[in-house]
Design a protein around this ligand. Structure first.
Ligand SMILES: C[S@@+](CC[C@H](N)C(=O)[O-])C[C@H]1O[C@@H](n2cnc3c(N)ncnc32)[C@H](O)[C@@H]1O
Length: 259
C-alpha cells in the first residue's frame, strides 16, 4: 500500500477514492498474519486489563482483533481514514471486543495523547507513512518508561534491488530500506532490539495479494470503461506483479523494541 502523498498516480484525481474502495474490501490493508502478531506479543511482558496498547495505522483492524484475542489489555486503534474506523467499530461489536477496543480517526503525525499513555505502541505495515526513524522518534513519548514498541516494516534483503521495485516502494531511495539501516535507526533512537523476525510468505500472499487480486477482478468489471478507476487498479496490480517477480528481494520484518 503506497503512502498518501507519494507521486504514484498523479494523473488520477480520484486516486484515493478508488484506492480506498479497493483496500476497504480486503480483510487487511497490509501484509500480516495472526501468528506473527501473536509471536511479537509473546516477546513483551504479559499485559493485563490495566495495560494499554496504541495500534497506529490500524486499517480495518486485522491486527487489532488479533491483539484483542490474545491479551486483556485495552487497545486504542487509530487510522486517518474514517470508513476504515467505521468498519473496525462495527466488526469489533460483532466480535464482542467493543469494551476492549476503542477506534478513533487520527493522524499518526499528530497524536493527541499525553506523554507516557501506553505500555505498548503497535504499528503493522504503517510506519513507512511517517518514515521509520521519524515514527520511532515521535511516538516514543507516548510510551511509559520501559514500554515496548512493535513495528512491522518493509525491508530489502539483498543488495542492488531492482530499479522498478525501488521506484514503487522507495521513491528511488533504496539504501533506507535495508535491515541494517533499520537497526541503525533503532539504535540511534536509543531503543533496545528485543526481537526481529521476518513475516512468513503467507502474510503477503494468502492474506493480502490473493484477496487483493480477487477484489481487483471485480473492481475492473464494475468500472469497465472508467479510465481513472482502471488506472488505479493497474497500479495495484503492478504492485502484486512486481512483488511476485522480485519476491526474494524484500519482505516485512517485525521489530520488537524496548524503550
Ligand atoms: C498499509 S495500511 C496497514 C493497515 C493495517 N495495519 C494492516 O496491516 O492491515 C496503512 C494504514 O495507515 C493508514 N494511514 C495513512 N496515513 C495515515 C495517517 N497520517 N495517520 C494514521 N493512519 C494513516 C491508512 O489508512 C491505512 O489503513
Amino acid at each position: 500500500m503506497p503512502a498518501e502523498g507519494i507521486n504514484l498516480m498523479s494523473t488520477a484525481d480520484n486516486f484515493w477514492k478508488y484506492f480506498h474502495e479497493i483496500f476497504g474490501e480486503i480483510p487487511r490493508q497490509g501484509p500480516g498474519t495472526r501468528e506473527s502478531t501473536e509471536r511479537a506479543l509473546k516477546r513483551i511482558p504479559l499485559l493485563n486489563r490495566e495495560n494499554r496498547i496504541l495500534d497506529i495505522g490500524s486499517g480495518t483492524g486485522a491486527q487489532t482483533f488479533d491483539l484483542a484475542g490474545s491479551t486483556d489489555a485495552y487497545i486504542i486503534a487509530i487510522d486517518n481514514h474514517p470508513p476504515y474506523i467505521d468498519k473496525l467499530v462495527k466488526r469489533s461489536k460483532e466480535l464482542g471486543f467493543d469494551k476492549q477496543i476503542t477506534a478513533q480517526v487520527g493522524d499518526m503525525a499528530d497524536l493527541k495523547f499525553p506523554d507516557g499513555s501506553f505500555d505498548v505502541v503497535w504499528s503493522e505495515g504503517a510506519i513507512f507513512i511517517i518514515g521509520f526513524a521519524q515514527g520511532l522518534s515521535s511516538w516514543r513519548r507516548l510510551l511509559k518508561p520501559g514500554g515496548h514498541m512493535v513495528i512491522s516494516e518493509y525491508c530489502w534483503f539483498k543488495e542492488n534491488p531492482p530499479k522498478e521495485l525501488v521506484e514503487l516502494h522507495f521513491d528511488g531511495c533504496p539504501e533506507a530500506g535495508t535491515v541494517a539501516a533499520r537497526k541503525k535507526d533503532i539504535d540511534a533512537q536509543g531503543y533496545k532490539l528485543v526481537d526481529e523476525f521476518v513475516l512468513p510468505a503467507a502474510g503477503w500472499w494468502e492474506n493480502f495479494y490473493v484477496p487483493l487480486g480477487n477484489v481487483l477482478e471485480r473492481f475492473r468489471k464494475k468500472y469497465a470503461g472508467n479510465a481513472e478507476a482502471l488506472e488505479v487498479a493497474s497500479r495495484c496490480q503492478l504492485e502484486i506483479d512486481l512483488c511476485r517477480k522480485h519476491a526474494d528481494f524484500f519482505g516485512y520484518v517485525f521489530f520488537v523494541l524496548k524503550s
